[in-house]
Write a protein that binds this ligand. Structure first.
Ligand code: DGJ
Length: 715
C-alpha cells in the first residue's frame, strides 16, 4: 500500500514536472519572409501570423527552424518575453511592457553597393514606433545597423534600454574579445565558447568606450576562428561612451545584444523627438579572419575614417623627447634634425599653455588655452611658421574636454565640471571632465578648438582625453535627468567633433585617450587615426597592432618609435613602419648608426606606404602563439607586396609564406633598410612568380629576438 502511494506520488510529480520542462514555445506560423542581404550574408526575417518580427538564427550550416517567441528579431521587455530584451521602456502611463508588430519594409539602393533597409514596427496599444535601420554594403559583407525610436504618447517615455542590434546566432558560437588596461590595450585576446547563460562585455567609463576592453569582438560559428577557413562575424559598436555587448545563450541559440550600456542611463524621451542609437557594425566572412578584416578595412577606408585613400605622412612628436620641459628655442631646435632625417610633420604635445597656472606638469593649466608667455612669448604662430619654413608641417596637442582644479577656468566656473553633490572631488591625472551637456561649456570648447586650429600653418592636431568618469553627476542637468548625462555627453562630443572636421577639412586629426581609450568607429569617423596605446614597446606593439588590425586598417593605427622597452632601433622602426609611422625621440641624442637606421626606415616607409595603407593585409604568423609575428600587404593591383617579420623570441629562421600575390606575376625580392650587421637574404634581387613565393616562402633576415625584416616584392 505504502509502495503504491509512493509510486503514484512519484508518477504525479514526474508528470507535473514533465509538463513544465517540455513547455517549449510553440512555433509561430509565418505570414511573410524577407531578407537583409550582402554578397554572402543573409539575415532571414519572418513576420508571424501574430504580427511579430522573427529572425532565423545565423549559423555555419543551414538553418530553417520555425520561429518561436524566443526568436524575435528585436525582442521587447514584458508581455511574455523572458530573456534579455533589446528594448525596455516605460510608457507614459507607467506600463513597462512593449509589444511591437511589423508595419512596413522599405529597401532602396543608395549606390550600386549600398542598400538602405528600414523596417517599421509599432505597438498597437500605444502611439509608439521603432524603426530598425540598416545600410548593407554588398561586396564588403558589412551591415551597419541602428535603431530610431519615437512616440506620440501623452507624456515622456522612459528609455531604459535600446540596443543598437540584437542578432540571433545558431549552433556553437565562439566569442573572441580583448581584455586590457592602460598600456596593455588589446593585448590579451580571449576566445571562449558561449555556454548557456549570459556573457557581458561592457564599460562604464562615460567619456570613452574602452580602457579595459574594446567595443569590438569576433564571433565564430561552428568552431573557433582562424585566418583562412572559418565562419566569422566581427562586431564593433560605433560609440565612444559606456557600452554593453551581451551574449545571451538561452538554450536554443545565442542572442548578441549590443548598444549603449543601460547602466544608470535611463532617458526621458518627449513626444515627437526621435532617439537614435549608435551604429553597430557587423562584418561577415565564410573565409576566416583574414578575409573578414580585409573587408572591414575596405569599408573603413571608405566610410569609417577621414581621407582613407591618402597614405599618412611621417610624424615627429616631442612628448617622449621633452615631456613638459620645453620653450620656443628648444622646439625649433628639433626641426632641422627632423627634416634631415625625413620626417614630414612635427607635433607639439602637452605643455604649451597656461599663464596664471602654467602647464609645466600635469597638475595645472588644463582649461586655460592661452600659449604660455614665458615659453612661447609670441604664441603658436611663429612655432608653426618656423616648421613650415623648413619644409615640415606643424601639429598641436589639445585636450578641450578637461579642466584642472588649478586653472583660471575652474576658478571662474567650478560648476562646469562633472561632479556629484556632497562627494569629495575625485581627480584622475589631477583633472576633471567639463560637463558638455551645458551649452556654455559646448560654446567654450568650440571656441578653444577654433582658436587653436585657426593659428596659421597648423594642419594637424592630437585630441586627447586623459580621464574617464567616476563621479557621473551634472551640475547642469536637473536631478531627475542625471542618468541622461552619459548619452548626452557623447552626443555633444560628436557634435563638437563633427563641427571641427567640417570647419577644418584640411587639418589631420589624431584621436587619443590616455592611450587607446577611444579606439572606436563612433569618434573615428571625424578623425584620421587613433593612438592605440601609450605603450610603444615594439615587442608589445606587435601583438597589439595584430589585434587592432582585426577591426582597423593600419593607416588608422599611430605607431611611434620611442625608447619604451629599450629595443634595438631597427626592430622598433620596422614595427612602427608597418602602421602609421611616427617617431617620439630626441633625434639630437641618437647615435649616428641609429640615425641612419631611422632615416633608412623613413625612406622605406615612403616607398611602401601606399601598399601597406591602401592595400590588403594578410596576417601570416600570430605573435601570440609563435616566436615571431609575420604579415604581408599586397597593393590593390597586386603588382607590389611587402612582407614583415618581427622576431619576438630566438628561434630558427624559416620562410614566411606571403598570401594574396598574383600567382602568375613575377616579383623581384628586395629587403628594405636591412639591419647593418646581418647577411643579405638569399632571395635578394632574384625574381620569382607569385605562386613560387606563396609556396616556397620569403626568407627574412631575422633569426633572433628583437630582430625584424621588411621585404618588398615588386613586379
Ligand atoms: C596622454 C597621451 O597618450 C600621450 O601621448 C601624451 O599626449 C600625454 N597624454 C600628454 O599629456
Amino acid at each position: 500500500m505504502k509502495f503504491l502511494l509512493t509510486l503514484s506520488v512519484t508518477l504525479l510529480l514526474i508528470a507535473g514536472f514533465q509538463d513544465y520542462s517540455t513547455a517549449e514555445p510553440a512555433p509561430v506560423p509565418v505570414r511573410e519572409t524577407f531578407a537583409i542581404k550582402t554578397k554572402s550574408l543573409t539575415i532571414t526575417l519572418q513576420v508571424g501570423t501574430d504580427g511579430r518580427l522573427y529572425q532565423q538564427p545565423i549559423s555555419a550550416g543551414p538553418s530553417g527552424s520555425k520561429p518561436a517567441r524566443d526568436d524575435e528579431f528585436y525582442p521587447q521587455a514584458g508581455d511574455g518575453y523572458v530573456w534579455e530584451p533589446a528594448l525596455q521602456v516605460t510608457h507614459a502611463d507607467g506600463n513597462t511592457s512593449t509589444a511591437l508588430v511589423f508595419d512596413s519594409l522599405t529597401q532602396s539602393n543608395e549606390t550600386a553597393d549600398i542598400t538602405a533597409t528600414r523596417i517599421r514596427l509599432h505597438d498597437p496599444a500605444y502611439p509608439f514606433d521603432v524603426t530598425l535601420c540598416f545600410n548593407t554594403h554588398h561586396d564588403e559583407d558589412v551591415v551597419e545597423q541602428w535603431i530610431e525610436l519615437n512616440h506620440a504618447e501623452k507624456g515622456a517615455v522612459t528609455l531604459q534600454r535600446v540596443e543598437s542590434s540584437s542578432l540571433l546566432l545558431g549552433g556553437d558560437v565562439y566569442l573572441t574579445h580583448f581584455f586590457g588596461d592602460w598600456a596593455k590595450e588589446m593585448l590579451s585576446p580571449i576566445t571562449e565558447k558561449i555556454t548557456p547563460g549570459t556573457k557581458v562585455l561592457d564599460s562604464k567609463l562615460g567619456v570613452r568606450a574602452s580602457q579595459f576592453r574594446n567595443p569590438s569582438f569576433i564571433l565564430s560559428l561552428g568552431g573557433a576562428a582562424n585566418e583562412t577557413n572559418a565562419v566569422v562575424l566581427a562586431g564593433s559598436l560605433a560609440w565612444s561612451g559606456s557600452f554593453q555587448c551581451e551574449f545571451d545563450n538561452y538554450g536554443q541559440g545565442v542572442r548578441a545584444l549590443t548598444g549603449i550600456n543601460p547602466f544608470e542611463s535611463a532617458i526621458s524621451l518627449p513626444a515627437g523627438k526621435i532617439f537614435v542609437t549608435p551604429t553597430m557594425l557587423w562584418v561577415w566572412s565564410t573565409n576566416g579572419l583574414g578575409d573578414m578584416s580585409r573587408k572591414f578595412h575596405r569599408w573603413a577606408r571608405e566610410f569609417g575614417l577621414r581621407d582613407g585613400h591618402t597614405p599618412r605622412q611621417v610624424l615627429l612628436n616631442n612628448w617622449e623627447a621633452t615631456g613638459f620641459d620645453f620653450d620656443f628655442k628648444r622646439i625649433v631646435s628639433l626641426y632641422d634634425p627632423a627634416k634631415k632625417i625625413g620626417t614630414e610633420l612635427f607635433l607639439l604635445d602637452d605643455g604649451w599653455f597656461g599663464n596664471k597656472y602654467p602647464r609645466v606638469d600635469d597638475h595645472a593649466g588644463l582649461g586655460d588655452w592661452q600659449p604660455n608667455r614665458q615659453r612661447l612669448p609670441d604664441g603658436l604662430a611663429p612655432l608653426a611658421s618656423e616648421a613650415v619654413k623648413r619644409g615640415l608641417r606643424f601639429g598641436i596637442w589639445m585636450e578641450p574636454e578637461m579642466v584642472n582644479p588649478r586653472s583660471e577656468l575652474f576658478d571662474a566656473h567650478p560648476d562646469w565640471a562633472i561632479r556629484q553633490p556632497k562627494r569629495e572631488l575625485e581627480l584622475q591625472r589631477n583633472q576633471l571632465v567639463l560637463d558638455l551637456t551645458r551649452p556654455a561649456v559646448q560654446k567654450f570648447e568650440w571656441n578653444v578648438i577654433q582658436n587653436i586650429l585657426s593659428v596659421p600653418n597648423i594642419t594637424y592636431a592630437k585630441w586627447d582625453c586623459n580621464r574617464y568618469l567616476t563621479q557621473p553627476g551634472s551640475p547642469y542637468l536637473a536631478p531627475s535627468r542625471q542618468s541622461e548625462l552619459w548619452v548626452d555627453y557623447v552626443n555633444a562630443l560628436y557634435a563638437l567633433m563633427d563641427k571641427t572636421a567640417k570647419a577644418f577639412p584640411n587639418t589631420e586629426l589624431m584621436l587619443c585617450s590616455g592611450g587607446g581609450g577611444r579606439a572606436d568607429y563612433g569618434a573615428l569617423k571625424y578623425f584620421h587615426e587613433f593612438w592605440p596605446s601609450d605603450n610603444t614597446d615594439p615587442t608589445l606593439r606587435v601583438p597589439m597592432q595584430w589585434d587592432y588590425s582585426y577591426f582597423f586598417p593600419v593607416m588608422a593605427l599611430a605607431s611611434h618609435v620611442t625608447h619604451w622597452g629599450n629595443r634595438p632601433m631597427h626592430f622598433a622602426c620596422a614595427v612602427a613602419m608597418s602602421a602609421r609611422f611616427g617617431m617620439d625621440l630626441d633625434l639630437t641624442k641618437l647615435s649616428a648608426q641609429d640615425k641612419a637606421i631611422c632615416a633608412g626606415a623613413i625612406n622605406a616607409y615612403k616607398q611602401i606606404r601606399d601598399v601597406t595603407q591602401l592595400g590588403e593585409l594578410y596576417r601570416l604568423e600570430d605573435p601570440h602563439e609563435n616566436f615571431r609575428g609575420a604579415l604581408n600587404f599586397v597593393s590593390p593591383d597586386r603588382h607590389r607586396a611587402v612582407v614583415f617579420a618581427f622576431q619576438l623570441k630566438d628561434g630558427a629562421n624559416r620562410p614566411a609564406f606571403p598570401q594574396g600575390l598574383d600567382p602568375d606575376q613575377h616579383y623581384t625580392v628586395h629587403e628594405l633598410n636591412p639591419a647593418p650587421s646581418r647577411e643579405t637574404i638569399p632571395q635578394e634581387g632574384k625574381t620569382f612568380t607569385g605562386e613560387e613565393l606563396m609556396r616556397e616562402g620569403v626568407m627574412p633576415s631575422c633569426s633572433k629576438a628583437v630582430e625584424a625584416s621588411v621585404v618588398e616584392l615588386t613586379e
